[in-house]
Design a protein around this ligand. Structure first.
Ligand SMILES: [Zn+2]
Ligand SMILES: [Zn+2]
Length: 415
């Protein structure tokens, strides 16, 4: 037997209703905000992620699925959803269209990391990107989209926010961090030592206990913000208050990617049981330019679907089932033409039905109809068919009636 690769998971037919439920909710939210769907390839040129996600990120350094294709091109399976959307925005000259451009996607993402609960080497994301708008209203709207989505699933995670400042603020802050960490860097982990050289901001992300103690005393970004950055952030907070969006500021939140400017955020379990963020995002106003496009601000988020499903299961949230099967045809006769034409007529009229394909006895056909939860069974018996009629059984009430074949579709649709 050949097994599934480590860190991946099948979506099985008997679980697909959970995915459908979540995706339908996401599409419904997208419709309300007038966001259109985009789909980009699973693989891109490696350079896109090296330049987009950033050289100093763990993703690019350690976690990418990169290989040479048969034409000797370096190709990478996308580790996140944003870079591909931005590449497409630039390549298709969307910056020439009226702004904002809003798009959403469902995409698989690939990261070579140690598999653990809720962290897979292939996972799927629901993401939204909003191009061409800066300011409070766009920031608030992106947070509203995400919180509305969670709410539609019966969840109210807390929004954890931070403001990383504009390019100028960042420069000052990074300088302060260097001055603070340099004298004590030998007491910190190897990753932090590297981060001090490549991207000191990411030291704040370190989960090693000894590092955390030092990080706690580090200067706060809020002490380095210029007036514009300060005012914009305060503005956003007052809007979030008025919208009753539950948030908390966390000044060590930097997120693992290099491309963020100003706003970053994550969504966390409101009761603190879940030990990982349910999703996150922020603003990346320099990313389009960095990838060769005309300077365009972007704000967006991504939400991992596997982790979301796990979380919903842990909260005993009921996933709506797919639509129930309308009817199952129980056949007491052996007449392929008759059976398949009745089935065809039902399906042509929009009614879902199944018929026996594996030669079950009549008794086990009934059992099976029960098991698959069909609303009706249609019983084809020799005598009835002579009079052009069949027996229709309502599987919930047990009620049975004789129905003329011509009336079958209407009778089922009546119920
Ligand atoms: Zn600033
Ligand atoms: Zn560290």
């Amino acid at each position: 037997m050949i097994n599934i690769p480590k860190g991946t998971k099948d979506m099985l037919p008997n679980e697909s209703y959970k995915w459908n439920y979540i995706k339908n909710k996401a599409r419904e939210i997208a419709r309300k905000y007038n966001i259109k769907e985009i789909s980009t390839p699973v693989f891109e040129h490696t350079e896109l992620f090296v330049r987009g996600v950033g050289n100093s990120s763990d993703i690019v350094n350690k976690e990418m699925y990169t290989f040479l294709d048969k034409g000797e091109r370096s190709i990478t399976l996308k580790p996140e959803g944003t870079a591909g959307a931005v590449r497409s925005f630039i390549e298709n000259s969307m910056f020439n269209e009226p702004m904002p451009i809003k798009m959403f996607y469902f995409t698989p993402c690939y990261r070579y990391e140690k598999p653990q609960a809720g962290r897979l080497r292939e996972h799927h994301q629901f993401g939204v990107e909003l191009f061409g708008a800066t300011g409070t209203r766009a920031d608030a709207e992106i947070l509203m989209i995400a919180t509305d989505f969670y709410k539609s699933l019966g969840l109210t995670p807390k929004v954890v926010l931070n403001n990383l400042g504009c390019v100028e603020c960042r420069k000052n802050y990074v300088q302060k961090l260097k001055e603070y960490f340099s004298p004590q860097i030998n007491e910190m982990c190897e990753d932090c030592k590297n981060r001090l050289k490549t991207n000191p901001l990411r030291i704040l992300d370190c989960k090693v206990e000894d590092c955390k103690k030092i990080i706690n005393g580090a200067p706060k970004i809020s002490t380095c913000l210029c007036d514009d950055c300060k005012n914009n952030f305060n503005n956003l907070l007052s809007v979030l208050n008025s919208l009753k969006i539950n948030y908390e500021i966390n000044e060590t939140l930097v997120r693992g990617l290099d491309y963020y400017t100003n706003l970053v955020f994550e969504f966390w379990d409101d009761d603190g049981i879940n030990k990982a963020a349910l999703g996150g995002g922020g603003r990346y106003d320099n990313l389009v330019e960095e990838l060769g496009g005309k300077s365009t601000p972007v704000v967006g988020f991504g939400i991992g679907l596997e982790r979301l499903i796990m979380y919903m299961e842990s909260k005993n949230i009921v996933f709506e089932q797919d639509k129930r099967l309308d009817c199952y045809i129980v056949s007491m006769i052996d007449d392929d033409v008759m059976i398949l034409n009745i089935a065809k007529n039902l399906r042509d009229n929009g009614i879902s039905c199944e018929t026996d394909l594996v030669n079950r006895s009549v008794k086990s056909q009934f059992k099976y109809a029960n098991k698959i939860n069909a609303k009706f069974t249609i019983i084809l018996g020799e005598d009835e068919l002579k009079n052009n009629s069949v027996k229709l059984k309502n599987m919930d009430s047990g009620e049975e009636i004789f129905v003329n074949l011509e009336d079958l579709v209407n009778k089922i649709k009546e119920n």
